[in-house]
Design a protein around this ligand. Structure first.
Ligand code: HEM
Length: 355
């Protein structure tokens, strides 16, 4: 090869190599070289095949209601965490009460997992976002379980229903989830959102001003929940749970205590499928007061991502593997839904107005 042609080759190499490397990098990140890697794209595919592909809606917890209120810290958690959310009062809160399935128009009913997502914005300090469900434990211990669980709940293209044999097979292949299934089956559902307890299930770490660390989980425990028997005229309301909580909020504010459980050294802190000792120390960190609601169609909570890894300093991730996965998947869900045209929600702006 002449000197001119080899230097031409070298020049072309210099021009083509960087974009080729960049393309290879993107392909690697997208999982093209490792199709079995559990990428967020693969998670989205199984979540959407599970039914969660209603355009513009969240890929899980798709039916929801925005709520507004405040959090007043008791000060008791300052011994464990330097986060401002544990020392301030009148902290503005934006939240969302939802049903966990990926169906935005699901008919409300007993036995459907309910959730509470919150964004706490203290004055001149970092915000905290937290998401809680009402079962006590998560029947998955790690990312592999999470993928297998969502895969087992995919809808059959012909029947449009998940195959119950797959869910059974998932459970039977994982004896380590026996306790979680038993606890969740024994969990008695409350009648309403207002008298429900919501649990972080995942663990996190708190750090105090002296740098001491503890692993914690937390729950929102209802304070003197108002009795809300279903009125006969509401018995066939497909949105009965939401209608109820909207009506309760028109009558009076609803309150929950934030109860933080401090792990003891023998608790399985990195596994959201396992219970902690019932004798663990608990701290009442403060009170959440919700005073009003709004449809997600005309309130900021519709566009919010309640990413459980948005934590203020003084609160951080523990060794629990799920929050990091959830963060990545929630962002993907947000990217998809924010680029789509959304139908009106079942809970319309008119429904949240006083009658
Ligand atoms: C301890 C376990 C979990 C809890 C407590 C939890 C709780 C929640 C809550 C409360 C929401 C609703 C947030 C809102 O109202 O905007 C939510 C949304 C969601 N969750 Fe989870 N979740 C858990 C595990 C998972 C896992 C393992 C996945 C999948 C890898 C997942 C996927 C999703 C998705 C895709 C959304 C919708 C995000 C968005 O578009 O904003 N969740 N979760």
């Amino acid at each position: 090869m002449s000197q001119t042609s080899s230097s031409r080759l070298l020049r072309w190499g210099c021009v083509l190599l960087p974009p080729a490397l960049l393309a290879a990098g993107f392909a690697w990140a997208a999982g093209l070289f490792s199709p079995h890697r559990l990428s967020t794209a693969r998670f989205m595919t199984v979540l959407e095949n599970g039914g969660g592909a209603a355009p513009g809606f969240r890929r899980a917890h798709s039916k929801g209601l925005c709520v507004l209120g405040q959090f007043d810290a008791s000060g008791a958690m300052t011994a464990y965490s330097s986060a401002a959310v544990f020392s301030q009062s009148h902290i503005p809160v934006t939240g969302r009460l939802a049903l966990a399935p990926p169906f935005p128009h699901i008919v409300d009913g007993p036995g459907i997992v309910r959730s509470m997502a919150l964004r706490l914005q203290p004055d001149h300090a970092q915000e905290w976002r937290t998401t809680m469900n009402d079962p006590p434990l998560q029947p998955m211990r790690d990312i592999q379980d999470a993928f297998a669980s969502f895969s087992a709940n995919q809808r059959d293209p012909v029947t449009h229903k998940p195959d119950p044999r797959l869910a059974k097979a998932y459970e039977e292949a994982r004896p380590w989830l026996k306790t979680a299934y038993a606890a969740n089956r024994a969990h008695v559902m409350s009648s309403d959102f207002a008298n429900d307890t919501f649990n972080s299930i995942d663990s996190f770490q708190v750090t105090n001003a002296q740098g001491e660390r503890h692993t914690v989980r937390w729950s929102m425990v209802p304070v003197s929940p108002p009795e809300a028997p279903v009125r006969p005229e509401d018995a066939h309301d497909p949105n009965v749970l939401f209608t109820h909580v909207i009506a309760s909020l028109h009558q009076q504010p609803l309150r929950w205590n934030l109860v933080v459980t401090i792990a003891n050294p023998s608790d399985p802190v990195n596994d959201p499928s396992q219970p902690w000792a019932p004798t663990d120390r608990t701290v009442t960190a403060g009170t959440l007061t919700l005073h009003s609601s709004a449809s997600e169609d005309n309130s900021p909570c519709g566009g919010m991502v309640f990413d459980p890894t948005i934590l203020p300093s003084g609160l951080s991730l523990s060794g629990d593997p799920l929050p990091a996965l959830r963060s990545a998947v929630y962002m993907r869900s947000f990217v998809r839904r924010s680029g789509e045209t959304k139908d009106p929600s079942s809970i319309t702006p008119a429904m949240t107005q006083p009658h």
